[in-house]
Design a protein around this ligand. Sequence first.
Ligand SMILES: Nc1nc2c(ncn2[C@@H]2O[C@H](COP(=O)(O)OP(=O)(O)OP(=O)(O)O)[C@@H](O)[C@H]2O)c(=O)[nH]1
Ligand SMILES: [Mg+2]
Length: 217
Amino acid sequence: MSLFQNAAFSISANNMSDLPPPNGVEIAFAGRSNAGKSSALNTLANHNRLAYVSKQPGRTQLINFFCLNPERGNDQFLVDLPGYGYAKVPESIRKHWQSVLSSYLTERSSLVGLVLVMDSRRPLTPLDIQMLDWFCHSGKPVHVLLTKSDKLSRNEGKQTLFRTRAALIKGWGENVTVQLFSSLKKEGVAETEKMIGGWLFPVQSNEIGSDSTKQDD
Ligand SMILES: Nc1nc2c(ncn2[C@@H]2O[C@H](COP(=O)(O)OP(=O)(O)OP(=O)(O)O)[C@@H](O)[C@H]2O)c(=O)[nH]1
Ligand SMILES: [Mg+2]
């Protein structure tokens, strides 16, 4: 069963002061407006309308928390962040979100990893680079989803993945990983799930790793 199968909306926040106490672990989805963050969340959860998706950029206007296992208690969350970089957003709102995003990414103690969503046709925009600079200081991992890969040919996809990976490693080191992803075609889901699962259950993954080492011996 998918790790995210039982995900359910939990709470929305408009400010750092509205956030729930940092008691559990959370993984945030950040990216430009319209890059496909909410769609990726829905695809991972196998749920069409968990997070709000729209053709119009700038639809996710709050920090939305989705609890992974509501029945077991609120201890693991996926967090859908408002998109950045949409030119039509009024300056005051843009400034507000810039400040909330930078505080959230740099100060949130329960945040264990960042999924940075980029449109595969326009990866690594200046604001994506800003996010990486803010977050990578924490030493926590980032996984980049190059979304809408269905819009690229197989060869273009390969090239984009290769180039983006090289740029990420050069700029921010091995703590940043990257893959192609399509919500439309449901491609790349298992790879993302494996990565996020490793962040949510690090001890378990290490144990699996050491078990397999034993088997090799
Ligand atoms: N072809 C294609 N379209 C996609 C894919 N993912 C998302 N879209 C479309 O892109 C548009 C934006 O998707 P959202 O998931 O709402 O994007 P978002 O990043 O959450 O946007 P904001 O909430 O505005 O920040 C919608 O029209 C989606 O249907 C994909 O993998 N392939
Ligand atoms: Mg959204």
